[in-house]
Design a protein. Structure first.
Length: 543
């Protein structure tokens, strides 16, 4: 496997593939990892995924939990959102956003990758890419100026917005460049909202967004430049102070700047995410406005979606057709993120007079009324967290259960706790902390009225799983696990197959094993042994 690009997305890909037993080379044209913070927030969905690499606790030690955000309009307070008040605690172990810079994320992933013995090949530039049905080739120039041809079964382009891989594939990258010029600054500052409080001030010429970074009084400031400054290449600390003082009305004391940059933001989507044996992930496939902090998160999500599929295909445990689901799942998701971030940025930028009137007069009054409501705060968290991600229309999932009750195949597996047995008090997510498939066999809430032989059915399911080469761990949940049965709507004996990225691959009645067999046959290879070493069922929670 060859991964081109060593940003957060490419490093995630390399980590996942390497830890799945796939040999990987990863290269990047840059001389080394990113030094600037750039992207700065990791949302709940991605924290759940990073936990599968055992990296979330390390990120917590260096990051800053975003506890709340205050909102202003031209310096006047209009409301507050609180994130650590239990609004999301029933849905995820991480009911907040983690302020964690791109530089920190890359360092964390680089350390993890080095533990596997894989190092990034820096100063290595892609010159040419070609492929045929049997493999792909990349011609690269290495640090000493010499050239090398790298052969690989598959190539992943994680090489950013200007992706040479995407250009080599002659793929379109449709979208727009926003007219508004923005600046970003890492500052040491004091302000009226408090040392660890985030906030946004909507002003006539755009917005100011203050995000608390790790360390007392350290903030990231995003802002809009007025027309008279829009064509400048640089701005100074005094310029930033003047903009905040004259446009926001907030009391802000900026002590020093660590870094200031000017940029234009874009919204673009590649026409394809896969051409033959080459895939695009992250900014090579889609770029977003900064609204909502979705860019880095979406790229890491791409890597988690694709890596487990590639690993199974490379190891001969899955059929090539499994890879068709990458585009089918991630293009619609990226398009949804683009629509949401574009809508948010259009409101914040508000160059049109009608949108500006809505932003400065209608939105603040509306926000003041609804921001204290728990249902609104839950909804805001849900939208930003990416926990809503679903792949119901994917060719790689199957819904064999009657009715349209959630959770359905394609949805993220719900978060909940065991109530009985050895795992009582533990989260069901503790069973998912690896890169394998997990099959949950629910006894069913109505088991007392059922004649189902649950232990016998469990044995039949395990026998079926033993026929496949792909590792699938079976967990039997007895009826005493009431809350999980309610959460998964398992009234009767039901199967939920959960993929390595935490999404439900299959849902169906446990008695209908023919349906499960048909699903598994469509994607996975049969084992050469009829009985594997892991034939003994893994029983969880009071079975």
């Amino acid at each position: 496997m060859l991964v081109i690009g060593a940003g957060p997305t490419g490093l995630t890909m390399a980590n996942l593939l390497t830890r799945s037993g796939v040999k990987v080379r990863i290269l990047d044209k840059k001389a080394g990892p990113t030094q600037e913070t750039r992207a700065i927030v990791v949302h709940a969905k991605i924290l759940e995924l990073l936990d599968r690499l055992d990296l979330t606790d390390k990120a917590f030690a260096e990051g800053e939990q975003l506890r709340s955000a205050q909102f202003f309009t031209q310096g006047r307070r209009t409301g507050k959102l609180t994130f650590l008040n239990g609004n999301g605690a029933r849905r995820t172990p991480y009911p907040f956003g983690l302020i964690y810079g791109q530089d920190q994320t890359e360092h964390l992933l680089l350390q993890s990758l080095a533990e596997t013995g894989v190092l990034v090949e820096w100063n290595t530039e892609l010159l040419m890419l070609d492929q045929n049905p049997d493999g792909a080739w990349a011609r690269v120039r290495v640090a000493d100026g010499s050239e090398e041809t790298i052969e690989a079964l598959w190539i992943v382009g994680a090489d950013g917005a200007h992706s040479p891989v995407r250009h080599a594939l002659s793929l379109g990258f449709e979208g727009q460049t926003y007219l508004q010029t923005l600046f970003v600054a890492d500052l040491d500052m004091e302000w009226e909202a408090g040392p660890r409080q985030g906030g946004m001030d909507m002003v006539r010429q755009g917005f100011f967004l203050f995000i608390p970074m790790h360390g007392e009084g350290h903030f990231r400031l995003f802002g809009s430049l007025p027309p008279e400054m829009a064509n400048r290449d640089t701005i100074t600390l005094d310029d930033v102070r003047h903009l905040v003082d004259t446009q926001s009305g907030l009391r802000v004391n900026i002590l020093k700047a660590r870094w200031i940059s000017i940029y234009r933001t874009h919204q673009r989507l590649a026409e394809r995410f896969r051409v033959g044996r080459v895939f695009l992930v992250g900014d090579a496939a889609h770029i977003h406005s900064p609204a909502g902090g979705q860019g880095m998160n979406t790229g890491i999500g791409d890597a988690f979606n694709l890596a487990w599929k590639l690993a199974l295909v490379v190891k001969g445990e899955a059929h090539d057709r499994l890879l068709d689901s990458y585009e089918a799942e991630r293009i619609p998701f990226a398009r949804s993120i683009l629509r949401g971030s574009d809508w948010g940025f259009q409101i914040l930028d508000a160059t049109r007079s009608d949108l500006r009137w809505f932003k400065l007069f209608v939105l603040p009054r509306l926000f003041r009324l609804i921001s204290p409501l728990p249902i609104f705060q839950r909804r805001v968290f849900w939208l930003f967290s990416q926990l809503w991600t679903s792949y119901r229309n994917s060719p790689a999932v199957a819904e064999a259960e009657s009715g349209k009750r959630e959770p359905m195949a394609g949805d993220r597996a719900p978060y909940g706790f065991f109530e009985g047995g050895a795992d009582a008090g533990k989260s069901i997510f503790t069973k998912l902390r690896d890169q394998d498939h997990h099959l949950f066999l629910f006894e069913g809430k109505r088991s007392a009225q059922s004649q189902t032989d649950f232990p016998g059915l469990e044995e039949q399911v395990q026998t079926l799983l033993n026929e496949y080469h792909v590792p699938i761990h079976l967990h039997a949940l007895s009826a005493e696990n009431h809350s999980l049965h309610n959460l998964y709507r398992a009234d009767t004996c039901t199967l939920f197959l959960v993929r390595p990225d935490g999404h439900i691959a299959y849902r169906g009645k446990a008695e209908n094993l023919a349906s499960l067999r048909s699903y598994l046959d469509g994607l996975f290879s049969k084992s050469t042994n009829s009985i594997r070493d892991s034939a003994t069922p893994q029983v969880a929670s009071g079975s």
